[in-house]
Design a protein around this ligand. Structure first.
Ligand SMILES: Cc1cc2nc3c(=O)[nH]c(=O)nc-3n(C[C@H](O)[C@H](O)[C@H](O)COP(=O)(O)O)c2cc1C
Length: 130
């Protein structure tokens, strides 16, 4: 099964979660603003994450979501961090389902302050889908 992990993170919190997931999956977590971010082959499972900034997700992540298609993603699994709100999960899910991409109902979310202690939970979560 082919697994990919993509994220956008301004200050590192969502990147940490992405790295815990990637470690569990044995792949590299790649930022959506990296030159390597495009999916070369179809990912059976794409873990995709981003944070909430003033009720929205970063433009870079929005643009990346727009590049995805059913040809490239079997199923997306969404994760996020924020101070309090889980709204980024909904925004990311909607961008994907609007494109017809299958999205796992279950999501992974941590408050920013909890990210450092979340490794085990993130790994447990990731293992369900790999
Ligand atoms: C400009 C800005 C706006 C933010 N707006 C919200 C918000 O509306 N609701 C919320 O719960 N967290 C908000 N946050 C907190 C971030 O979502 C949180 O720090 C997150 O973990 C950042 O992820 P990152 O380190 O991956 O960039 C905001 C942070 C910044 C810097």
């Amino acid at each position: 099964m082919s697994i990919a992990v993509r994220y956008f993170s301004r200050s590192g919190n969502t990147r940490k979660v992405a790295e815990y997931i990637a470690e569990a999956a044995g792949v590299q977590a790649i930022s959506t603003d990296s030159a390597d971010a495009a999916l070369k082959d179809k990912a059976d499972v794409l873990f995709i994450g981003g944070a909430l900034y003033a009720y929205g997700i970063d433009e870079n992540l929005k643009k990346y979501l727009d590049t995805l298609s059913v040809d490239k993603v079997g199923k997306a699994v969404v994760f996020s961090t924020s101070w309090l709100s889980k709204h980024a999960l909904d925004l990311i899910k909607k961008a994907l389902t609007d494109k017809g991409i299958a999205v796992e109902n279950e999501t992974l979310y941590f408050k920013s302050k909890a990210v450092d202690g979340c490794r085990d939970e993130a790994v447990r979560f990731a293992r369900k889908y790999i």
